[in-house]
Ligand binder design. Sequence first.
Ligand SMILES: Nc1nc2c(ncn2[C@@H]2O[C@H](COP(=O)(O)OP(=O)(O)OP(=O)(O)O)[C@@H](O)[C@H]2O)c(=O)[nH]1
Ligand SMILES: [Mg+2]
Ligand SMILES: [Zn+2]
Length: 369
Amino acid sequence: MTSSSAFSPSSAFSALSAYGWDDGWAEAFAPYGAEGLVAGRVVRVDRGQCDVVTAGGVLRADTAFVTPHDPLRVVCTGDWVAVEPAGSPRYVRAYLPRRTAFVRSTSSKRSEGQILAANVDHAVVAVSLALELDLGRVERFLALAWESGAQPVVVLTKADLVPDVTTLSHLVQDVETTAPGVQVLAVSSQRGEGLDVLAETLSGGTSVLLGQSGAGKSTLANALLGEEIMEVQATRDMDGKGRHTTTTRNLLALPGGGVLIDTPGLRGVGLWDAETGVGQVFSEIEDLAAKCRFQDCAHDAEPGCAVRAAVEDGELPQRRLESYRKLLRENQWIVAKTDARVRAELRREWKRKGAQGKAAMEAKRGRLR
Ligand SMILES: Nc1nc2c(ncn2[C@@H]2O[C@H](COP(=O)(O)OP(=O)(O)OP(=O)(O)O)[C@@H](O)[C@H]2O)c(=O)[nH]1
Ligand SMILES: [Mg+2]
Ligand SMILES: [Zn+2]
């Protein structure tokens, strides 16, 4: 972006609209504007500093005021901020209330959430076709995406590596059954297939690219941008333990409209309080569950269970039910680590189950005696 000398509120509006500025942001920013602060969007955060795109160009600013102890309230890529017009350092004074936020759990041992991107409309889950499809991982990314408030899109990358169209359409179908309500696209950044359809989908709003390291996110970003902006790794080992190429997040305006945020590959995608997200990923299971005889059916051994009936009919894959249970359990665990009330409820439940299990064991032993 070049800096403009003719700085006026209307030119500010048009310069920032390519970055997603709209009437809602203008309204939220108004009190800061009255204080003489400058509006901008964070394109990169880097150890206490961030780059902010403003109507007058990209500014570097200090984030000390917007780096509180709570990791979910730290300024991040995608935030709209109010920056001081001058100063050395120049400070980000506030960020505007977020519409959506993409949060993951940082590690399985700690209950800390990490915010990856803010104000995102589409979450693009990049899945490489160079590796065997891991539907469980796709479901995990989708749960996080739904929970964030963004609309997920699954992009199967490196389609040029799939030997024939029949195999490719089967792969797309497999992912489609795993992702109800989600658009699934196969693309090749190398050959260009599928890029126009994707560009169209992303043209309205802000999108974040998610996926494992090596999935081809940065290559895809470059292909959509039509220029080499993101650094791409030349070679890599296929086990996902390799060096992460993209180390900082970047936000860029797409030529066909829309804004794209590239992220470094996520080694672990821990859920972060994603019960609603999990429910949406497995919407067909939740629909079936509504038909179970008991409202609190655990789909184990209860009579009149519509979910188990669907598994027996082959209508619902067993893998899918197990995956659903696993993600729900994991999510309960995350929530339990953070919310004392839920934790207490779970403990009571475990005690009850433990007592039931013990009674059942004793009864069994009694019969054997
Ligand atoms: N054959 C083929 N290879 C691709 C395609 N897109 C990306 N690659 C290759 O996949 C490798 C990884 O690509 P990147 O774009 O760096 O992957 P990334 O998801 O950004 O990785 P991180 O930044 O580490 O998270 C590179 O060697 C790319 O050349 C494609 O469409 N076809
Ligand atoms: Mg990358
Ligand atoms: Zn049931």
